[in-house]
Every structure is written in structure tokens, then in C-alpha cells.
Ligand binder design. Structure first.
Ligand code: SF4
Ligand code: SF4
Length: 182
């Protein structure tokens, strides 16, 4: 045994070091949040409950019923029913998502060429029946008003799905903005 080791043993150096660490943690604030009393703001672009985007001018859904989102969905939880109106224009009669089967991959958002479906940052939802998680077109449009009101929806599409947002006439991105985002 070396002198150093002997000193450590005689004066309980390692035990004291351990106790010092314990005391240090007793007086420093905890990093754990006491959810649900303490909440943080959701990160922008969080993948929460779905919404169908409302067209700002008409107030109707932007969805045209092309079915790409449903084709891409790995959980096959999107159901779309369409018909033709008298002008032979496709009408989205029903657009439904079985939220309990969703894995929040956002492939539907990525696949949509019209930026017509989004995942909002609302994640605190619960219910007692499966039906409560079966979201119809009307409920999905309500979600847009509830969770993506104002500029929030526009910002979401520009920031996270920018190529499509630019294609479909939201704010154009200048070369300078492009550089600062990188
Ligand atoms: S987030 Fe993924 S699993 Fe959920 S509806 Fe969209 S494509 Fe389907
Ligand atoms: S949400 Fe988009 S991808 Fe899905 S059916 Fe509507 S327009 Fe097509």
C-alpha cells in the first residue's frame, strides 16, 4: 500500500468526497420538471395532434383528396372518401384519421403537395373511448383553428416544410434568408 492510499484510508477521503457530492446535489435545483404542474413550451415543429389546413380565403380545407398522404401512411390510419360535384371537380366528403394507430412519423405532412395536413404541437389529449380518437374532417379542421391559429400555421409550414410552402405561394425565401438559415 502506498502512502497516498494509506492517507486516503485513514482520513476517509473517498467517503468524504462522496458525501460532498451528495450535499452538493441536495442544494442545487433539480432538473426534473414536475409535470403536469410545470410545463415547458413545446418545441416548434413538435409532432402532436393532426389538423387539416384551412384555406385562408375560402375557410375550407386545402386538401384536394389526392390520397398521397394515405398512401404514404405506414399505419394506414388515414381514410379519404371523395366524390365528384356537378362540374366534375373532386370533393373531399370525408377525411378521417385513426389517431390511436398513428406513429407520428409525419410522412403524411411530407407527402402532401398542398401543405394541407399538419401535426400541431398539441400533445396533451386523452379520452375514455376509441371513438374520441377517431378524427373526422370537421374535427381536424377545428384543430387547425384551435392549435394553429394566426401566423403559427404559416410559420410551421415555412419552417419545417419550406419547399412545399414556397411552391404553394406562402412567403418567398430570399437568398439572404437562405444563407442565414444554414
Ligand atoms: S404521422 Fe405517420 S402514421 Fe400518423 S397519420 Fe401521418 S403518415 Fe400516418
Ligand atoms: S392531405 Fe394532402 S396528400 Fe392528403 S389527400 Fe389531402 S391534398 Fe392529398
Amino acid at each position: 500500500m502506498t502512502v497516498n492510499e494509506l492517507i486516503k484510508k485513514v482520513f476517509f477521503v473517498e467517503i468524504l468526497q462522496g458525501l460532498a457530492l451528495t450535499f452538493k446535489h441536495m442544494v442545487t435545483p433539480a432538473v426534473t420538471r414536475q409535470y403536469p404542474k410545470e410545463k415547458r413550451e413545446p418545441f416548434p415543429g413538435s409532432r402532436g395532434l393532426h389538423a387539416l389546413v384551412k384555406d385562408a380565403e375560402t375557410g375550407k380545407e386545402k386538401c384536394v383528396g389526392c390520397g398521397l398522404c394515405a398512401a404514404m401512411c405506414p399505419s394506414q390510419c388515414i381514410h379519404i372518401y371523395t366524390s365528384e360535384d356537378e362540374n366534375h371537380k373532386k370533393v373531399v366528403d370525408r377525411y378521417e384519421i385513426e389517431v390511436l394507430r398513428c406513429v407520428y412519423c409525419a410522412y403524411c405532412v411530407e407527402a402532401c403537395p398542398f401543405g394541407a395536413v399538419v401535426l400541431t404541437d398539441h400533445f396533451e389529449y386523452s379520452g375514455y373511448t376509441r371513438e374520441e380518437f377517431y378524427y373526422t374532417k370537421e374535427r381536424l379542421l377545428e384543430n387547425w383553428d384551435k392549435y394553429m391559429a394566426g401566423d403559427k400555421g404559416k410559420m410551421y409550414l415555412e419552417k419545417f416544410w419550406r419547399p412545399k410552402a414556397v411552391d404553394f405561394g406562402t412567403q418567398q425565401v430570399t437568398k439572404e434568408e437562405e444563407r442565414t438559415r444554414k
